[in-house]
Design a protein around this ligand. Structure first.
Ligand SMILES: NC(=O)c1ccc[n+]([C@@H]2O[C@H](COP(=O)([O-])OP(=O)(O)OC[C@H]3O[C@@H](n4cnc5c(N)ncnc54)[C@H](OP(=O)(O)O)[C@@H]3O)[C@@H](O)[C@H]2O)c1
Length: 278
């Protein structure tokens, strides 16, 4: 099998490039290919002729998306459509990374793959619209929604908490948003399995279990051997430009047909801390 990873320089892309062995894998960053350029996307895809394309490229700064909606839609929706059209031309399969932010967060039990989208932010809307368009252009594509991604390949929540906790006696962290942290290594392994299983349709891929950002931060500080006091605060007290869903746990039901069982987020966090050398 030949795989093309678009967005290979990002947090997930780096882990996926490292984890994917036994197949021919090519990775591209935004300097190699800007997915907003349909002609260049077609040229690249026709040049490599992959069996699978994993589209991990996105404009991922959720708060900046609020002030740059045109860029968010150009990259996250229209760029994804460019890749899907190029994949269709050569009959390649596509796995597109999407987000828990396509949901409004009003549920109190895990979101199923078929639950209605109702994004609350520009970033969430750009991903939700991408999903709808991709399913029109390439009905057999695979849409893998994930959440609260962390890993050693870039900026992420545990890294920020560890850096802040190293210099501060106390940290305030929101306790009224619940989700599932996801380790880039575990997500990468699941993606490889999905591609090898010819997956199609919407699947939810996160580490098992759920927590609030506050609970996650407390576990990170403890795991990092730090004494910093982690204090719970509300989203209102920590207002940010983009609204976040209060609850965005994704049900693992859609992964079962592929025989993928995700480790718990606590187990994943321990492995992440070891990978960092903590
Ligand atoms: N991070 C999360 O918590 C989270 C949660 C749910 C879903 N996701 C989704 O998971 C996927 C991977 O996320 P991530 O955290 O790994 O993202 P990331 O670290 O921000 O990496 C984004 C990647 O996209 C590339 N990129 C950005 N604009 C591009 C453009 N116009 N053309 C081509 N490439 C472009 C970047 O390339 P350069 O670095 O070379 O510029 C980079 O390789 C994304 O689809 C994201 O929406 C992430």
């Amino acid at each position: 099998m030949k795989a093309l990873i678009i967005g290979a320089t990002g947090l997930l892309g780096k882990a996926l490039t490292q984890e994917w062995s036994g197949d021919e894998v090519v990775g591209l960053g935004s300097r190699d290919l800007d997915i907003r350029d349909a002609d260049k996307v077609r040229e690249a895809v026709e040049g490599y002729r992959p069996d699978w394309i994993v589209l991990a490229a996105a404009y991922t700064n959720v708060d900046d998306c609020e002030s740059h909606p045109e860029l968010a839609f150009a990259v996250n929706r229209d760029g994804a459509v460019n890749v899907a059209k190029a994949a269709r031309r050569i009959d390649a399969k596509l796995l597109f990374l999407s987000s828990d932010y396509v949901f409004d967060g009003r549920k109190t039990s895990p979101y199923k793959a078929e639950d209605e989208r109702n994004p609350q932010s520009v970033y969430g809307r750009s991903k939700a619209e991408a999903e709808v368009r991709l399913l029109e252009v390439l009905p057999e594509c695979c849409i893998a929604r994930t959440s609260w991604l962390f890993g050693t390949g870039g900026k992420c929540f545990p890294d920020t908490i560890l850096k802040l906790a190293a210099t501060r006696p106390a940290l305030d962290v929101v306790s009224d948003q619940r989700g599932s942290p996801t380790y880039s290594v575990d997500l990468s392994r699941a993606i490889v399995t999905l591609c090898r299983s010819q997956a199609s349709g919407i699947v939810h891929v996160t580490n098992a279990g759920e927590c609030s950002w506050f609970e996650f931060a407390r576990e990170i500080v403890k795991g990092g051997g730090l004494a910093t006091d982690v204090r719970p605060v509300s989203s209102q007290q920590m207002a940010r430009p983009a609204p976040r869903p209060a609850y965005s746990v994704l049900s693992a039901e859609s992964l079962q047909p592929y025989g993928v069982t995700m480790p718990t987020w606590q187990d994943a966090l321990q492995r992440y801390l070891r990978e960092r050398g903590n």
